[in-house]
Design a binder for this molecule. Sequence first.
Ligand code: P6P
Length: 308
Amino acid sequence: MELKKYLQYSKFDSGLASVLTAIAQGSILIQKKISRLSLEGLEGSTGTKNIQNEDVKKLDILANDIFLEKFQESKNVAMVGCEELEKPQIFNNSISKFLINMDPLDGSSNIDVGVNIGSIFGIWNENIDHSLNENSLLKPGKEQIASAYVVYGSCTLMVIASEKGVQCFTLDTQSGSYILSKDNINVPEKCKYYSVNYGNFENFSSNLQNSLINLQNIYSLRYIGSLVADFHRNLLEGGVFLYPKDTKNPNGKLRLMYEANPLSFIIKKAGGIGTNGTKNILNINPTTLHERVPLIIGNSDVIENILV
Ligand code: P6P
C-alpha cells in the first residue's frame, strides 16, 4: 500500500499526513541527489561551520533547504528547529498545526564514502494559542505526536512512529512512491547487537567500561557511524546503541531535540527505551535547541543492566 493511501486508510490526522508526505517528498529528492552525488558536484564541504562549529557538507545545506521548502508547501508547519540553523525557521501559514525539530542529513562524515546516511524528524503540536517564540520548540520528547526518519542506503526507507504504532515504507524508485513494507514494528525480544565507538573507550567511566566488556561477551558489535543506520538495524534485529558521555564530552555528542527525542519516541512505540544513562530521554525538559545528550537506546532489558 502506498504511503498516501496508508495515511488515509489508517485515518491519520490530515495535517499530520501532509507533514509526513512533505518528509517523504523531500527525501525522494535527496535520494536522487545522493545517488548522483559526485556527478552533480555535491561531494565535500561548503567551507563553513554550523552552530556546533562542525564542518557543513554541501548535502547538509541542500537537504535542509529541500525539507524547509516541502514544509512551507504543506502549510501545516509553524516552525522548524534544525541542526543547520542557529535560529528556528518560522512559517507564516494560516493553518499551521505542527512544530518540527529535524536533522536533515545525519551521518555527514559518511556522505562522500557511500555509507548509509539519514534524516530525522520530531513532530509536536504547536501551542494552543498559536504563539511562536524561541522556546516554542523546547518541548519534552514525551509530547511528540509523531516522529520519523529516512535511511538512504541499499534502499531508501522511511520509518514513522505515531499513536498508530511503527511502520516502515520502502521507496519504489520506479514509481517514485513509498510502499508499506513493515507494519507494527516491535524491537525483537532477543538482542543481537551492540553499537559503540570504541575509540572513546579510554574516556568512558569504569562502570561503562565494565558494562561494555559484559556486552562484548554476549552480543556482536556493529557500528556504522551513522546514527540512523545503526538505530534502524538494531530496531529490526534487536540491539543497543550507545553514544555515552565521556571525559571529553560530558554531555555526549548527539542532540536531544532532533536526534535523541525522535528516535526515543520510535523505540518506545516499538517496545524499547532511550535513556541518557540514568533518565528516560522523553522525560528530559530541554533548555536549549542544540543541547547535547548522552544516548543509550534499544532493548530495555539490556539497557537496564548498563551502568554509566
Ligand atoms: P563518531 C554523525 O556525525 C553522528 O552525528 C551520528 O550519525 C553518529 O552516530 C555519530 O555522529 C558518530 O560519531 O564520534 O563515532 O564518529
